[in-house]
Ligand binder design. Structure first.
Ligand SMILES: Nc1ncnc2c1ncn2[C@@H]1O[C@H](COP(=O)(O)OP(=O)(O)OP(=O)(O)O)[C@@H](O)[C@H]1O
Ligand SMILES: N[C@@H](CCO)C(=O)O
Length: 327
């Protein structure tokens, strides 16, 4: 995460008196991530993460995220648990922001993911999809097709500063994706929607936990698969790694088999996932708040990934065998 909103030590110590978490020993802002302000807290009771929710998170959605983490943890997914204050509520306010404390998860996120990590993510994602099946609360995906146009409108006038021709490229791709092709009848459920390598912790080669549910929502499960193909299966030079993709898709399919319709839709869903992150990154790139402790992510990484998906003709190009997922 980043730090957009600072918290003074005495303010934090006061805040912690609402909880049974002991005395504050130390705390520090976490520079990683781009969405919210996060702090690592050490108290006499242990380590915790404090999140102050920022611009892209609607306050009305916070109960969904907090209840989802609790639900998933109760259904076997290793993820942080929201910590309730003495009054039984996890969601509070600090420094004028909605705020929550969650438990600290052991593990490190892989800086250079390999095919074994990709397989771990495939299995973990599928398990999360199954665990979310009976989660009662619903939240629409604010960053699906209908959400991309406003992002484009916000950034279009400066897109060519980032790369000449980017504006026209994005306009054409948006027209293509919003022109009636986007699937509407694929299996839906709870999706993480941001399962990047910095949101998955490993101990050695074994997945130890999933964090950061602030984009979680109800949408097509295969869209989550497409987001992970983008996030995990490309190299630092942005070339596609089919070995990683095959490892990811096979591991996913061993837990939850993709239907033929889901497989057929993957190239289109992967284009959608790529433009979603291209657009949010572009908006962020052009609007870094002065003084914020944040390193904006490169939008052009997703331009290159999107170009790759535009060249894909079928899910076989992602390493899937024609008969389905055979390991
Ligand atoms: N429960 C947790 N246990 C341990 N570390 C955590 C936990 N939650 C967050 N962190 C640390 O904070 C960092 C950023 O967290 P997170 O990914 O939730 O932030 P974000 O701003 O929402 O980022 P993103 O850009 O991924 O959306 C993580 O990479 C990790 O180092
Ligand atoms: N995972 C996102 C940032 C959080 O939405 C990205 O890499 O663009």
């Amino acid at each position: 995460m980043a730090v957009y909103t600072d918290v003074a030590a005495d303010e934090l110590a006061d805040f912690l008196r609402q909880y049974d978490l002991g005395e504050l020993l130390s705390y520090k802002g976490i520079a990683e991530g781009v969405e919210n302000s996060n702090f690592l807290l050490h108290t006499t009771q242990g380590s915790f993460i404090l999140t102050l929710y920022e611009k892209r998170v609607a306050k009305k959605d916070l109960p969904y995220f907090l209840a989802l983490m609790t639900h998933l943890a109760e259904h076997g997914v290793s993820c942080p648990l929201p910590v309730k204050a003495k009054d039984g509520e996890a969601l509070r306010e600090l420094s004028g922001r909605p705020a929550a404390i969650i438990t600290f998860l052991e593990g490190v996120w892989p800086r250079k993911p390999n095919a074994t990590h990709c397989a771990g993510v495939g299995e973990g994602l599928a398990r999360m999809h199954l665990a979310g099946a009976n989660f009662a609360i619903k939240r629409a995906n604010a960053l699906s097709v209908a959400g991309w146009r406003p992002l484009f409108d916000a950034a279009a006038h400066r897109a060519d500063e980032v790369q000449p021709g980017l504006r026209a490229f994005l306009a054409a791709e948006l027209d293509h994706l919003s022109g009636g092709l986007w699937p509407s009848n694929l299996p839906e459920g709870v999706i993480h929607a941001d399962l990047f390598n910095d949101n998955v912790f490993f101990l050695g080669d074994k997945l130890s936990g999933i964090i950061d549910f602030t984009f979680a929502c109800n949408d097509m499960l295969a869209y989550d698969v497409a987001i992970c193909l983008n996030a995990w299966c490309f190299e630092p030079d942005h070339s596609f790694n089919v070995t990683k993709a095959r490892a990811f898709l096979n591991a996913y399919g061993r837990v939850r088999k993709l239907s033929e319709a889901e497989e057929a839709a993957l190239p289109l869903l992967a284009r959608g996932a790529a433009i979603r992150f291209l657009l949010t990154r572009l908006v962020d790139w052009l609007n870094v708040p002065p003084g914020a402790l944040v390193k904006p992510k490169d939008p052009l990484e997703y331009f290159r990934k999107l170009r790759f998906h535009q060249s894909v003709s079928s899910a076989r190009d992602y390493g899937l065998l024609p008969s389905g997922l055979v390991a």
